[in-house]
Design a protein around this ligand. Structure first.
Ligand SMILES: C[S@@+](CC[C@H](N)C(=O)[O-])C[C@H]1O[C@@H](n2cnc3c(N)ncnc32)[C@H](O)[C@@H]1O
Length: 303
């Protein structure tokens, strides 16, 4: 410290100036402190709100998180537009409405929808845009029935009053080659009463749906379900290559001309058998033509 500042007279004389400097420095510091406190409170509040929102959208009790990024939605919209031939605006509208339905119905559901948000919304958005030739819908492999319930709503929006048939063994848990799938994230049994509860979310068409309990290869099931030609067939049952091939063979017999066939989990590494079986089948003589992919679903059109 300089000797001038140690001098008591100089110190006394400089005191008012020092106090002024102190005040000038202190004021902005106080202001900053206040702003910081208010920001801290805001962040705390936002984190609290975000937590409540995440309870609606996170992965707990379902297939995965329902929190798509803008880039994921943009990509999905482009794929839906490409496969369906619809313009971007129509594809975006359907993807958005599909997403809202997924959130709403899954929140009320007994059980869950199977698959990633992009895969589920992709199927729901694309099928109505492909203008199926009639209102008959068949889903092979339903698990909790919730995808069908949501698809009924998406078709109804497009002016189609759908009629639904479902085939699934509804054996208590999801069956796949090699046995039962592990414990379901929902903890909900795969049973006909559960499927019925979810179909009710699909409105009148859901309540009227036919549920054939059994395997798609069972002769009794095939004979009961083959009483009509379907405008939409969703193949989502046995995911082995052989299971997919056999379902496509059957679908070939019961698909109306122009029918839309959705092959779920095509290209999904977890279910390699789906693409293997489908590619082998489509390489032979068939009236099904692969029209494209959206997320991890392939779309076929029957000639
Ligand atoms: C992946 S889950 C279906 C998911 C449902 N489509 C969805 O999107 O939420 C497959 C369902 O097919 C059933 N399944 C397995 N083999 C089948 C077969 N041969 N015929 C019909 N369903 C079968 C399983 O038990 C399971 O309920």
């Amino acid at each position: 410290m300089s000797s001038l500042l140690r001098n008591p007279v100089a110190k006394r004389l400089l005191r008012p100036a020092a106090a002024l400097v102190d005040q000038r420095v202190q004021r902005p510091v106080n202001r900053l402190r206040k702003e910081l406190d208010s920001l801290r409170r805001e962040v705390h509040e936002l984190r609290g709100n975000e937590y409540a929102v995440s309870l609606l959208f996170d992965r707990t009790g379902r297939s995965g998180p329902r929190l798509p990024t803008p880039a994921q939605i943009d990509r999905l919209v482009a794929e839906v537009a490409q496969v369906s031939g619809a313009d971007q605006a129509a594809a975006r509208r359907n993807v958005t409405i599909a997403f809202r339905n997924v959130i709403a119905l899954e929140a009320l559901a007994v059980g869950r929808l199977a698959g990633s948000t992009q895969n589920v919304c992709g199927k729901l958005a694309t099928v109505p845009l492909l203008s199926p030739p009639n209102a008959q819908v068949l889903e092979i492999g339903t698990l909790y029935g919730l995808f069908s319930a949501t698809l009924l709503r998406m078709l109804h929006r497009a002016g189609i009053e759908p009629e639904l048939t479902i085939v699934d063994p509804l054996a208590g848990s999801q069956l796949q080659p090699g046995g039962l799938e592990g414990l379901d994230p929902t903890g909900t049994p795969v049973r006909v009463d559960v499927v019925r509860a979810n179909l009710a979310l699909g409105g009148k068409a859901g309540e009227r749906a036919r549920v054939e309990v059994g395997f798609s290869g069972d002769p009794e099931v095939r004979s009961a379900v083959s009483d009509r030609q379907y405008g939409v067939i969703v193949v989502d049952g046995d995911h082995s290559a052989r299971g997919v091939t056999e379902d496509l063979e059957w679908a070939e017999e019961i698909a109306a001309p122009g029918a839309v066939v959705v092959l779920d989990d095509y290209g999904d590494r977890k279910w390699a058998g789906v693409q293997q079986g489908a590619d082998a089948y489509l390489a032979g003589a068939t009236r099904f033509e692969l029209i494209g992919r959206v997320s991890t679903s392939a779309f076929l059109r029957a000639r």
